[in-house]
Design a protein around this ligand. Sequence first.
Ligand SMILES: [Zn+2]
Length: 327
Amino acid sequence: MMHKTLRTTSVGSFPKPESLQRMRVRYRRGDVSYEELKAAEREATERVIRLQERLGYDLLVHGEMERGDMVAYFAEHWQGFSESLPVRSYGNRYYRKPIVEGPVQGNPGLTVESWKLAQSFTQQPVKGMLTGPYTICDWSFNVHYPDRRALVLDLARVVHEEAKALEEAGAKFIQIDEPAISTRPEEIDLAIEAMGIVTEGLTAHTISHVCYGRFDLIYPALLDLPVTQLDLEAANGHFALLELLSRYPWPQDKELALGVVDVHSHRVESVDEVKAGIRRALELIPPERLYVDPDCGLKTRTWEEAEAKLTVIAEAVQQLRDEEGLS
Ligand SMILES: [Zn+2]
């Protein structure tokens, strides 16, 4: 059962067990079968679900054990992409930036199997997880489409088909991540138009996670993103986001999922500081429309850190429920 107010969720990725990471390397070398790799992913997914259930989370994620990078995963499974040489991202981390070299075509149902697997472990709803068209474009090289707009809008059609497949499989919550949209404020209208294509006609609850950037540069335009719920990081910016939100009335038809622990820090927040952040948010947004979660995916943290941070959120919410008499 989900609570009716002040619900808890997670953004997306969880830390991958070292044994699974080793197995992926061995699978690429041909030393491990596809079935063995899938069995390891299945075991890791169950562990992710069990942790969220044990902590009493309302809306669960599957943890993305089958994915490396959130854009490369789709590029590897869709037509029109090839893989480039490694590109440096942060510090000494490298990733392979996809190249769009032909018309993009999806593979509707690609994400259904991992969603179904996770959902089979729990009665709580599990989110279907997609990456948005704007972010896929922004994190790829384009040598086929005449401009970014043409690529983004064609990707929106493909992401929409995948969202439909999730919905038809039974997903009641579908998240379309757009971390890149806060990095180029001049393109916010394009990102909004593309999300309109993705969510058109869906009956599922739609969510979009945005992070990394300057929310002040895309606000209040961000409120026009056509999804039911915006999921925004706040802890990393010491909750300055709430000052921005306080300048405009929060839309009646939107929910906010507020990031209340920093995923880029080893430090585990105290229950009191998380409670203080949530209390400030409750002054702006009614508890029926407020979710809380970590700032971003947890894959950069160790399992112990991820568990500790999720535990702090669960405790903070439980105390607030008791103190405020929330159901
Ligand atoms: Zn993020």
